[in-house]
Ligand binder design. Structure first.
Ligand code: DGL
Length: 262
C-alpha cells in the first residue's frame, strides 16, 4: 500500500531490535529535519543478534507490515543484523524504498594505515552471507569480533560499569598491543558506548559507524524518487514492544543520540 495523497508527506519507518537504531535516528533528524519519523524498538524480542535468521526475518516482516499499514513512504532498517538477514526479502516484497545498514568495513578499508580493522558486530551479522561477501571485498587486514551480549549493556543504559569494562577488556585484549587503524562499530547499539570503546585505543585509531552513510543513502533515494519533504518541522514518534520504562529510556537515549557525532 502506498500513500495516496502527497507521498512526500508520509512518514519514514525506522526500526531496530531495541534502542540501538536511535543512534541512526539521531543522525536522520539532523540530516532530514523536515521529515516525520516513526521509530519502533522491538525490545520485547531483543536481542536479534543471537537469534536464528528465519526468526529475525519473521520479526522484521511483522514490523514492516505494520509500517506499511501506516502508509510509510520508506523504511530504514536501523539494525545491521536485521539488514543482513531480511533486507533482500523485504525489498522483494514491498515497493517502497527499504534502506539497510552494513558494518562500515568499506570505509575502514579505504583508510590509510597498515593496521588492523577490528569489526565489532553481532554473531548474526558476522555469520551472514551478506557479511561474507562484504568481507571478501574489503576484509584485508580485518578481524571480525562477534559480540554476543554487548547490546544488552546498552539496552540497560550502561555506559561504563565494571562488568561492561570487563567484557570489552576480554574482547579487545588480544589487539591492544597491535597496530589498530580502525574499529568498526557494526551494530547500531555500539555508538552509545563509543567513548568507552575508544578509550582502549590510541587517539589515532578511528572508530567508525555506518550511521551517517546510511542516512545519506536514505536522502539520496528519497530525492531520486521525489519523496523528500523539504519544508515544515519534522516529528518523531517513538514506539516499543517493551514497557513504559523502555519508552522512558528510549526518549532519553534519543536526546543523547541527537548530540552524538558519528
Ligand atoms: N542493533 C542491532 C544491530 O545493529 C542488533 C542488536 C541485537 O539485537 O542483537 O545489529
Amino acid at each position: 500500500m502506498s500513500c495516496e495523497i502527497d507521498p512526500r508527506l508520509c512518514p519514514i519507518g525506522v526500526f531496530d531490535s531495541g534502542v540501538g537504531g536511535l543512534s541512526v535516528l539521531g543522525e536522520a533528524v539532523r540530516q532530514l529535519p523536515h521529515e516525520d519519523f516513526i521509530y519502533f524498538g522491538d525490545t520485547y524480542n531483543a536481542p536479534y543478534g543471537t537469534k536464528a535468521p528465519e526468526q529475525v526475518r519473521e520479526l522484521a516482516f511483522g514490523i514492516v507490515e505494520s509500517f506499511c499499514a501506516r502508509r510509510v513512504k520508506a523504511v530504514v532498517i536501523a539494525c545491521n543484523t536485521a539488514t543482513a538477514e531480511a533486507a533482500k526479502e523485504l525489498r522483494a516484497h514491498y515497493s517502497f524504498p527499504i534502506i539497510g545498514m552494513e558494518p562500515a568495513l568499506k570505509p575502514a578499508s579505504e583508510l590509510e594505515g597498515p593496521g588492523l580493522r577490528l569489526v565489532l558486530a553481532t554473531p548474526g551479522t558476522l555469520s551472514s552471507e551478506k557479511y561474507a561477501s562484504l568481507y571478501a571485498r574489503f576484509g584485508q587486514n580485518a578481524v571480525s569480533l562477534p559480540c554476543p551480549g554487548l547490546m544488552d549493556f546498552v539496552e540497560s543504559g550502561d555506559r561504563g560499569s565494571p562488568a561492561l569494562r570487563d567484557y570489552l577488556e576480554h574482547l579487545l585484549q588480544p589487539y591492544l598491543h597491535e597496530n589498530v587503524t580502525a574499529v568498526v562499530l557494526g551494530c547500531t547499539h555500539y555508538p552509545f558506548i563509543r567513548p568507552l570503546i575508544a578509550s582502549f585505543f590510541p587517539e589515532s585509531t578511528r572508530i567508525l559507524d555506518g550511521n551517517a552513510g546510511t542516512v545519506r543513502q536514505l536522502r539520496r533515494v528519497l530525492r531520486q524518487k521525489d519523496l523528500l519533504k523539504t519544508e515544515g518541522t519534522g516529528t518523531v514518534t517513538l514506539e516499543t514492544s517493551g514497557n513504559d520504562q523502555t519508552l522512558t529510556l528510549m526518549k532519553a537515549m534519543f536526546e543523547e543520540a541527537k548530540e552524538m557525532i558519528s
